[in-house]
Structure formats: C-alpha cells, structure tokens
Design a protein around this ligand. Structure first.
Ligand code: PMP
Length: 444
C-alpha cells in the first residue's frame, strides 16, 4: 500500500511526494476524535480531517442517514426544478440556521471551491441584472484562501497558490491582511492595523474605481493563511465600506461556518451580514463531498425581479443537491445543533490556545501563537525569534512526524502548525494534542 501510495497517486498539495514520509499514514479507521493507520497506530486528529470533521469519525446518526438514503435514492439531479425530499428538508433547515444572517436561500455544491465559484459568479450576474455590467473586479485579502478553481485561485491571497497557474482571471486585487505578526505597516496593535488595512481597501477601491468592482471576498478568520483572527472592528469596517460603494461582500465560511469559531458563523461573531456565504466542509463533516452557497434575501429578490434577462443564464453542478449528501447534511446539522458544538468549541478552544501559549514559553522555535476563536489555532515556527526567519520545511515535517508518533496528528503548512480538531473533543484529548505537539517541538 505504501509503495503504491507514493507511486500512483497525485497527492494534493504534496507532489512531488517529498512530504509523504512525515508521516506515511494510510488511515484505515476512525472513532470519535481518533484515527488509526494501517500499522495499527492511533492518534488524536488535531487536524479534524481538514477542518471539517467537527462531529468526529463515528457519528451514528449521520452514517444511518447516508445508508438509508442510498437505499431510497442514490442520485437524482436538482436541475430545472427537479428535487428530492432530503435537499428540500436541508434547505428549510439552512433557512432557519442562516436566516438570522439574512441568508435564507441555498445553492448546493460539491465542496468549498464550488461554493466560492458560485458566489463569485452570482455577484457579477447580480450587477448585470441591475444594469451595472462594468462591475467585474474582485478584491480579497492577502493570505486568504478560496480554493482551487480558477476564480477562487485568482482571489487567493497567497501568491504560492497563484503563480504556477497564471494568467488567472484578470481584475483581482489583494489587500494587506490584518496579520499582526508580520505586515507591510510594521504595526503590531490589532486595532490600529485593522484601520490601516481598511484604509488600504478604501485606497484600492478609489484606484480601481468603485463602479468596476463586483465583490470583496474574505474569510472571517483567515484559515489556511495561518489562522489570523482580525480585530473586531475589521469585518464590520469591511461591510461598511462595501455597502457604501455598492460592492457585494462574500464571506468565505468554508472553515468557519457551523461552529468552529465558537459562534455558529464567523460573520455572526463579528456582527456582520454578508451578501453571500460560501460553506462546505462541516456541512457534512467529511462524510460526503457537499457544500452550500448561501445567498442574501435582497440578492435573491434582485434575481427574481429581473427584467433584463441576465438572470436567465444559470449555473449548476451535476451533484448540486445530491440526495445522499443532503441526507448527510440534514443529519449533521441536527447533531451539530443537538450537541451545541459551538459552545464546546469555545471552551476547548480556550484551553488549546492557553496550552499553546504555555508551549511558547518553553520552545523558542514558536514565534507567534494565534487563536482565541474556538477550535482554530496556529503556532508560527521561526528559526530565530528576533528576525522572525521562518523554519525550513524539513523542521516542520519533523515536528509533524514526532507528534504523530506521540499520538497527535497535526498539520504543518508553511511555517505554521495548524490545529483544528473535531468540535466534540474532550478536555483530556486537548491535553493529548498539547503533549504530542510538545514532543514534536522538543525533537527539533
Ligand atoms: N475556502 C476556504 C476558506 C477553504 O479553507 C477551503 C479549503 N480548505 C476552500 C475554500 C476550498 O474548499 P474545497 O477544498 O472543499 O474545495
């Protein structure tokens, strides 16, 4: 298995396969927050699959719902108005869930990149319907991650995810992120930095011309960029600027929706109502590839009242509203609400964040500790604290490998170790994660 794994599979984000050996885990089982590999080794999954397995690996109601739906109807499309009972129930539940955010209509997709793409497309179409066809550009944050499709890749803020694929979609511009550890303003105060980034957004809008911009897309807490929570003034500030200039706000909540930040959505945590919300990941907890782009009521009305004909052109995926995915999502949402996982995310998240701060007192290799918003934490590793020079790749992989041998699956991404365990995790297992990480850090 290991040889074929290295030889015949193109591993996303790890090809050529230099990082496959750290660890070479071929995962064969999962129970609660633990995964088990082909060698019988067990570890607490501090990655939570890929930020998505909020309910753990053995959620009985979700498994039962998937099995029942496979028996009843494995697939039918939701194109042209056909539908299925599961996706209708899910739409209704999502309306309750996101209604408070002003988003009561769901466009179903097969994952996060798909959800982002739908938001980007509908934003342009919205402006066309309103006779503002010149609004085609997109603004986003440096360090933001919005997926792998060409639209999402164009608004990705990290150049590493763009350059190999250029020329990408023209008309995408990136604003400095509110990242206190390292930023072009050399500003460490979060509130002052938020204001500087908002000023940069205003400047970019003035430079491009507001009437050329369709939308601004951002993660309420930047995830893959290294878990960067902004100051509380930032997202409301973005909302105000966008509204003033007629620019739509897309919240990319592929990671942050469904409780990970300790709030049901990241936008709600910051008191913001976006015009679109991209969701995926925890909507089915990894049990089925699925997503939903939530659309604001006023946007829906614009489409429904279109007299221009621009709304008639549709977007859709073969697997939009997949009945098995929808059944999984209905069961996940019920469990998510029944267990009120957001509160556990907040409490355990605080323990994890405090534990990481303690590790930073012990290990000089930790340059920065970020968290404080549920079970989304990161440490940034540096070769030298004074210069903030990042570690080399081998060091990060060694930490990852030793942590795994000590019972914790972590994720190294560039200089960051990202921690996003299932939201059902216990206090005891947070301690296991910290011990495993401590062992990994001690090894370097
Ligand atoms: N947006 C964000 C914020 C993400 O974190 C991700 C995936 N990590 C995506 C979009 C893309 O989602 P997917 O990998 O499901 O296509």
């Amino acid at each position: 298995l290991k040889e074929n794994n290295a030889r015949h599979m193109w591993h996303p984000m790890a090809h050529p396969a230099d990082s496959l050996t750290n660890p070479p885990a071929i995962i064969t089982g999962g129970e609660g927050v633990r995964i088990r590999d082909v060698d019988g080794h067990e570890a607490v999954d501090a990655v939570g699959g890929l930020w998505n397995v909020n309910l753990g690996y053995s959620c009985a109601p979700v498994k039962a719902a998937i099995a029942a739906q496979l028996d009843a109807l494995p697939y039918y499309s939701t194109f042209r108005g056909t539908s299925n009972d599961q996706v209708i129930e899910l739409s209704y539940m999502l309306r309750d869930f996101y209604g408070p955010d002003g988003l009561s209509r769901a466009f179903f997709t097969s994952g996060g990149s798909d959800s982002v793409e739908i938001c980007l497309r509908l934003a342009r179409q919205y402006h066309k319907i309103r006779g503002e066809a010149g609004r085609t550009k997109y603004l986003s944050l440096k360090k933001g991650y919005h997926g792998t499709h060409t639209g999402g890749a164009s608004v990705n803020g990290n150049a590493n995810f763009r350059t190999a694929y250029e020329p990408l979609m023209p008309g995408c511009f990136h604003i400095p992120a509110p990242y206190t550890y390292r930023n072009p303003f050399n500003e460490t105060d979060p509130e002052k930095l938020a204001q500087l980034c908002l000023n940069a957004l205003e400047d970019e809008i003035a430079f491009q011309g507001a009437s050329t911009i369709a939308a601004f897309i951002m993660e309420p807490v930047l995830g893959a960029g290294g878990v960067i929570p902004p100051h509380e003034s930032f997202m409301p500030g973005v909302r105000e600027i966008c509204s003033r200039h007629g620019i739509l706000l897309i919240a990319d909540e592929v990671i942050t929706a469904f409780g990970r930040t300790g709030s049901w959505t990241g936008s709600r945590h910051w008191g913001v109502q976006p015009d679109f919300m991209a969701t995926a990941k925890a909507i089915t907890n990894g049990y089925f590839p699925f997503g939903a782009a939530m659309i604001a009521d006023h946007v829906v009305e614009t489409f429904e009242n279109d007299k221009s004909g621009a709304a008639a052109i549709g977007s859709g995926y073969t697997y939009s509203g997949h009945p098995v995915g929808a059944a999984a999502a209905v069961a996940c949402l019920k469990e998510t609400l029944r267990l009120n996982v957001k509160d556990n995310a907040a409490e355990r998240g605080t323990e994890l964040y405090e534990g990481l701060k303690r590790l930073a007192e012990k290990h000089d290799i930790i340059g920065d500790v970020r968290g404080g918003h549920g079970l989304m934490c990161a440490i940034e590793l540096v070769a030298d604290r004074a210069s903030k020079r990042p570690i080399d790749k081998a060091t990060g992989l060694k930490v990852q490998d030793v942590a795994y041998q000590n019972g914790t699956m972590i994720r190294v991404s560039g200089p960051n170790i990202i921690l996003s365990p299932p939201l059902i995790i216990s206090k005891e297992d947070i301690a296991v994660i910290l011990d495993g990480l401590d062992a990994g850090l001690s090894a370097v």
